[in-house]
Design a binder for this molecule. Sequence first.
Ligand code: SF4
Length: 480
Amino acid sequence: MSGGTPRARPFERAAHEALQDVQLRRNLAKATSAIREKRALATGELPDWQALREAGRAIKAHTVANLDHYLMRLEQSVLARGGQVHWARDAAEANSIVQTLVTATGAREAIKVKSLTTDEIGLNDALASIGVHALETDLAELIVQLAHEPSSHILVPAIHKNRSEIRELFLRSMGLKASELSDAPSDLAAAARRFLRGKFLSATVGISGANFAVADTGAVCVVESEGNGRMCTTLPQTLITVMGIEKVVPSWRAMEVFLQLLPRSSTAERMNPYTSFWTGVRHGDGPQAFHLVLLDNGRSDVLASEDRRQTLYCIRCSACLNTCPVYARVGGHAYGSHYPGPIGAILTPQLVDTPEADTLPFASTLCGACYEVCPVKIDIPSVLLDLRHRAVERRRLHRGRLAALDTEDGAMRLAAGIFAQPHRYRWVQRWARLVQRPFVKDGYVERLPGYLGGWTRTRDLPAVAGTTFREWWLEGGDDG
Ligand code: SF4
């Protein structure tokens, strides 16, 4: 696929490698802190922000609980307005549908926008296999496509690159001379515009994702900042939209809530510069064929779990990524998924059943910052804990009775045994006081030997106190 398929590695290993990249950490820190600050200002402007979040969550909870009803309604509405609807159980089925549709047009190139769902199914690779080139038109998507890298952020796929890296890339891939391009954002945008303009005017097939689809009317919505999406969805003769089934909303009234929540949470804007809606087909105006591909690809399984189905409320604003201390240090590629950050840590393991995906729920400090900013109030920490529990149970099942020998399991059982009995706890405190002596400096254990050294490699451990509170209290509590 364009942008490359992320490599499947356990998060821990991928994160360790990412942390060695100083430039990456610098780029991420700068970008995420700037977006965070702007977002806080944009949401702080609205006195009813918390009420809007509640409303967003309530609408999503209702829609997801009645998903079959609203999807059928959406299908009827799209058909009634001249569009066609296709149901895809999984990535292979969705890709095959799109391949057939594109082949029927005879096109060798398609222009694309809002690519996250199509990235999930690897559509660009599937089209390449039948000789069709899919060109990304969103500026950041174009950058990662030209660099043959996967996206590293939901909203800003090239967040890991700085301006001079992008300039180098454009010089290389657009055949420009060094004197023709500076690293000023306006120059870079102008170069991309010149590169894309001809493609917009000649393409006969456009492919898009969708932010929302209104069940009552069949209107599909894409929000964006550059206007390229609007050209993608209006200029070609054929438009194919691939949409996850959870993107449906019941009515236009729901859009009033989401069109306030999404721009402020994502780009920190009061409204998106381009909010495009299209409804079926209108003779002589815009695409003359419209196909809506409704993608399941594991979403029904997410829906089946009452505790985890809130994952489907996500409106892909990326606020949780920008606020996550783990994401801000390792970046999106470490997650090995097209959905990075906290939302990726809960969505990917539910869509992709691999041991690597099962490591993602551990990619969190459980600080709760993601929950605080989520515009639809997804309780990400609770879902993370639930998925951690599932991962541990799976590991245990896989290993059978040998699970008792797992280091983490063993440590937890030992701790539980110690904390369960006061006399054991006191005995361990006395013992630890003796054993820690060679390692204590200024009240902290800075380096532990052997396996335990993993803990102190990046942090100091407070030493066990010479006199514990309990001992002090039993001795009369006199601080003199
Ligand atoms: S989980 Fe919430 S904060 Fe994160 S991308 Fe989805 S809607 Fe935004």
